[in-house]
Design a protein around this ligand. Structure first.
Ligand SMILES: Cc1cc2nc3c(=O)[nH]c(=O)nc-3n(C[C@H](O)[C@H](O)[C@H](O)COP(=O)(O)O)c2cc1C
Length: 161
């Protein structure tokens, strides 16, 4: 069974998660970053994983556009949807629900909130100021949830819905 992981990532967290999933999901796996190929084809794949991240409450426009342009095809695939963000609980869930259309969320084989990172070293001056002001952090923080990634990979691998 062939899988493609399609992602977008500003500072690398969603990308890290994509590579971790590539190690953990069984079968043949391809990875595509939308920034490098916005029109990536999913024709040849049985399973599709989409991963994006949240900035100022919204997922990347490239992910939104990709989903809009491929919606009917995605609805027929074994689908996984994940998100990186630093909010937890209900806020994270609301961001997830806003990021991915209900029809796809309901039919997805796996959905995952993988946590995220504040990597000050990779931020622009504006992003650093915004993040420091909004969160009070002084140093970079990593809160990627490896367990959620493992569970997600297992669901994709075994086809448990
Ligand atoms: C400028 C900025 C705004 C952010 N806004 C949000 C937000 O609204 N909600 C949230 O949960 N996380 C927010 N985050 C945290 C990101 O989702 C987190 O850094 C994530 O790991 C980014 O993944 P990426 O590097 O793959 O893009 C923000 C981060 C930055 C730098």
């Amino acid at each position: 069974m062939k899988t493609i992981i399609i992602f977008e990532s500003l500072h690398g967290s969603t990308e890290k998660c994509a590579h971790k999933l590539k190690e953990l999901i069984n079968g043949e796996i391809a990875i595509a970053r939308l920034q490098e190929n916005e029109n990536v084809s999913i024709d040849d794949y049985d399973r599709v994983v989409i991963g994006g991240s949240i900035h100022m409450g919204v997922i990347q426009t490239r992910i939104e556009d990709f989903i809009k342009n491929n919606h009917s095809q995605l609805a027929e695939k074994k689908l996984g949807l994940y998100l990186c963000c630093m909010e937890n609980g209900d806020t994270a869930q609301l961001q997830f629900n806003k990021a991915y259309p209900e029809e796809l969320r309901k039919n997805a084989l796996a959905i995952g909130l993988f946590g995220g990172e504040f990597n000050l070293g990779k931020m622009s001056l504006f992003e650093k100021k915004f993040t420091r002001k909004a969160t009070g952090i002084k140093n970079s923080v990593s809160r990627i949830n490896e367990e959620e990634i493992r569970k997600f990979a297992l669901r994709m691998s075994e086809g448990i819905s």
